[in-house]
Design a protein around this ligand. Structure first.
Ligand code: PMP
Length: 447
């Protein structure tokens, strides 16, 4: 820094870039040093305030430091309860499971088992895969293009970028970049038809699978909601062939999409649900819940030291109860629909906004480069990842934290907490519109 000592936060960022792994992620595009946070707002060590629409990658259903979450954590701390208990029973865990089961889709709640996993979503994905492989005695898994299930080996195998021979990749329905050029219900129907024919064709190369894993709305994949009819078709296809259906609700759960669990939009009852992020009320917690007849694995089949995070269970139970009692899923549905409409207005104003999509408070704006479109193609213009990165930077300059996602990192993602007010939502949209205009002004598409 010129003419003196750099401010402390710049020093912190400098030390981070010197000492932390090259694999660090959010820290690269969001050079913020949070020191205080409440609700939607983060205060940085630079003294600036930011509206946080990243929410710990969708973790913070109630925003930062919600009073009911803090109170639940303090209560455990003040009670003298042990904080490390492996997977032993405790009153805190008992209350969490009771609250969790009260929220589960009917049809699963009355015959469910829960397995506490290591604390990350990816560990619960591993558990789900192991569970269905053990229960069926098969090893192949059906997964979808564009999927994201985590970073451990098994979870990576079922994510979109992997090439794992035990995983059959099936087309996830997408409106905007539909592989069949159809989009909408028709595109989803064709995707489902291909799935069914691969399973039934004895020469397709797809053997009887141990399970199918899907996200009801793909998050990291670029905010792609699957049509409810497609989710129901996947349920029928798997049920008819006795293939367990695993719903990965790590990101879509706890009201985010406008229903408590995203599968509830379609009425589908999965055999296994993978849950993490918001269920820990901002602290690390991951579980699978599943049909009790799948519970045939051996003691210790999925062990781990950190399966008993008491603070996370207390914070999580308080969060689940607050979302349920205050109708926050419905609130996410209504406000998300309004925000989506307003984002669609942006699409009308800027031709670089190729698509606006999402469900509830899980929203995405896909940025494209119309100037680089192939005139002979009727498909959407190519993705514009540099423009998306510029929009993210301009948002940050205006005090708005957003995430990028999608196949080409060209989807600006909004994951605000469910407690966001109407006024805050308007502020988010104003800053985003302003950032978009600024990025378009300065952005020269590659030629
Ligand atoms: N599944 C989904 C749908 C996710 O969005 C994520 C994380 N973004 C994961 C699994 C993995 O969770 P974690 O990062 O906690 O391992």
């Amino acid at each position: 820094m010129r003419g003196g000592i750099a401010p402390a936060y710049e020093e912190i960022l400098r030390r981070q870039s010197l000492r932390e792994s090259a694999a660090r992620t959010y820290a690269r595009s969001l050079p913020v040093v949070p020191v205080r946070a409440r609700g939607l707002t983060i205060e940085g060590a630079d003294g600036r305030r930011y509206l946080d629409c990243l929410s710990g990658a969708g973790t913070l259903a109630l925003g930062h430091n919600h009073p009911v979450v803090l109170e639940a954590i303090r209560k455990v701390l003040d009670s003298g309860a042990p904080l490390q208990v492996l997977d032993l029973a405790t009153p805190v865990k008992d209350a969490f499971v009771t609250e969790l089961f009260a929220t589960l889709p009917c049809g699963l709640a009355d015959r469910a088992r829960v397995q506490f996993c290591g604390p990350a979503g990816t560990d619960a994905v591993e558990a789900a895969l192991k569970l269905v492989r053990t229960a069926t005695g098969r090893s192949g898994v059906l997964a979808f293009t564009g999927a994201y299930h985590g970073m451990t080996a098994g979870a990576l195998d079922v994510s979109g970028g992997a090439r794992e021979p035990r995983v059959t990749r099936l087309p996830y329905p997408q409106d905007y970049r539909c592989p069949f050029g159809a989009g909408g219900e028709r595109g989803a129907e064709l995707a489902a038809r291909l799935t069914e024919s691969l399973l039934d064709d004895p020469k397709s190369g797809v053997g009887a699978p141990a399970g199918m894993i899907l996200e009801p709305v793909q998050g990291e994949g670029g905010v792609v909601p699957a049509p409810d009819s497609w989710v129901r078709t996947m349920r029928r296809i798997t049920e008819e062939r006795s293939v367990p259906l695993i719903a990965d609700e790590v990101q879509t759960g706890v009201g985010r999409t406008g229903a408590f669990w995203a599968v509830q939009h379609s009425g589908v009852v999965p055999d296994v649900m993978v849950l993490s992020k918001a269920i820990g009320g901002s602290l690390p917690l991951a579980v699978i819940v599943y049909r009790e007849d799948l519970d045939v694995w051996q003691p210790g089949a999925h062990a781990g030291t950190f399966r008993g995070n008491q603070l996370a269970m207390a914070a999580g139970a308080a969060t689940l109860a607050h979302v349920r009692e205050n109708g926050l899923a419905e609130r996410a549905r209504v406000l998300g629909a309004r925000m989506k409409r307003e984002l669609q207005r942006l699409a009308a104003e800027f031709d670089c906004v190729g698509d606006v999509r999402g469900r509830g408070l899980m929203l995405g704006v896909e940025l494209v480069d119309p100037g680089a479109a192939d005139p002979s193609s009727s498909g959407p213009p190519p993705a514009a990842p540099r423009l998306a990165a510029a929009v993210q930077r301009e948002c940050l300059r205006r005090g708005l934290i957003v995430e990028l996602g999608g196949r080409h990192a060209c989807v600006v993602r909004l994951l605000p907490p469910l407690i966001i007010t109407d006024e805050q939502a308007s502020a988010v949209l104003d800053r985003l519109a302003d950032a978009l205009a600024a990025a378009v002004r300065t952005y020269a598409p590659p030629r």
